[in-house]
Unconditional design. Sequence first.
Length: 180
Amino acid sequence: MFEDKLLIWKFRRGDADALRRIYAGYKDDLLRLATALLSRTSVAEDIVHDVFLDLAGSREKLRLGGNLKGYLTICVANRARNVNKTARIRKSVGLDEAQSAASSAKRPEQWIIYNERFRRLNEALDELPYEQREAIILHLHGSMTFKAVAGFQAVSINTAQSRYRYGLEKLRSILDSEAE
């Protein structure tokens, strides 16, 4: 994206407004991604802030081969993976933590329905093997291609696609069994 390249160019030359615009443009998507991978909003917020702090500190040595969103998505996913490895965080988001993610609902009853659906989806995601969960979230929330997901997970494209497909099938099964 041309605007991203211009922002990176300005950022690398010390323009603080460029970093602010990058943060404003991507923080919400990255927070949703981190929350989906971790199921804990407070830890997800810390990860997103840490990624942007690292970005700010790497101004002069930043070299992007791909797009900015993909770079930031991989940074967040790597940090989430590290948190999951070390802390084994596998809890679902409570209604109070989901409030910020649901704040865009217009009416209170929509907010309640959204929170309940969000809670159920996170509980179902928590039941998936981590590799399947990660493939689904990176593809859907991170807008990563299966080739990019495969590269990130260090597996073949077919394996990444299978993890995604099996994960979706298991999610459907879990959510369908709850509906009965």
